[in-house]
Design a protein around this ligand. Sequence first.
Ligand code: NAD
Length: 357
Amino acid sequence: MNALHSTIRHSAVFDHPEMGEHENVVFVKDRDTGLSAIIAIHDTTLGPALGGCRVWPYGNPSDALTDALRLSRGMTYKNALAGLDLGGGKAVIIADPRKDKTAAMMEAFGRHVDRLSGTYITAEDVGVSPQDMEAVARQTKHVRGTRATGLGDPSPYTALGVFEGIRASVRHVFGNGDLEGRTVSVQGLGHVGFDVARRLHEAGARLIVSDIHLPAVLRAVEEFGALAVDPAEAHMVEADIFVPCALGAGLNARTVPQIRARIVAGAANNQLQTPADGAALKKRGILYAPDYAINAGGVISIALATPGGNDAHVREKTVAIGDTLAVIFERASAEETTPERVADAMAEERLEKSGKT
Ligand code: NAD
């Protein structure tokens, strides 16, 4: 038994509140490279479980497990809703991406992915660069989002989808999708958030930006004339749209009552801490673009790309995220429910048609 496993109480694993219908959860430890990781495969009904690998300095293994379980379930729904023939999975590596991560550690992770015989396919997520994925690809062929497998870094496609999703949200709330003069608060200026900010800037939006990593903030201020705010205040500022592009659970009982924007539409996975937070947004008249619907551009690029790249097809499918969101918003209005409930129902309808919910 490895050290990571032994630090999680037995019951805390099997009775974990986020443990659902997960098919396989693997705890990984590699002494030589310092790798501690969890790989969660949620559902393979529609195909092999595809989902990114996150490197993050979790406070304890239980938090890492929570993230892996939630994110892998989210991938099942994301892939189903995006019309991909893929199941849902996710990996988390417990390490500080700026201090602890090494090529050897990523290679060790690749060897563990390879042991899963293609039931899990890995890719980039928070804290992982295209170079890291090249290291993983030296050890397993079950990796996407590298130059060799297609279009490389999926983040620009995620950003394109988020931008189209923001436009669809603006159209639903304000009657047209014009972003000229709209004020947008972007929280998190990483691979996706910075690109979303750039697109918004080019579309004429006024930007308010925040990140815990100061250099990214300074760059956005300089390049986009953005106003910088404390990351903890990003959701509170006066804006038309709040765009969370950092980590999950940012929409919760404390933050939802403080939001002043009419729309929440961003890339972060698992933005709602609980379903009640989605209901609270609806009650406050704030339109929420379900995270896994709006941020599917990256996984679309990973899933549909072919070696050599077929950018036009991937872009077309990614731009269509705006149309999917328009359908979700219409249905939510008609059924007097929340957009995330409609997105779940649409994903489950597809899984049901394939023989399983
Ligand atoms: P990234 O690591 O490149 O960027 C994340 C940024 O958020 C970093 O700059 C980090 O400093 C910042 N950050 C962390 N905590 C913060 C806080 N409390 N306040 C403000 N900023 C904070 O990651 P990314 O690839 O840009 O992904 C961003 C989000 O989008 C994540 O939730 C990820 O799961 C999700 N997502 C990414 C992709 C993709 O293609 N990269 C696809 C789908 C979803």
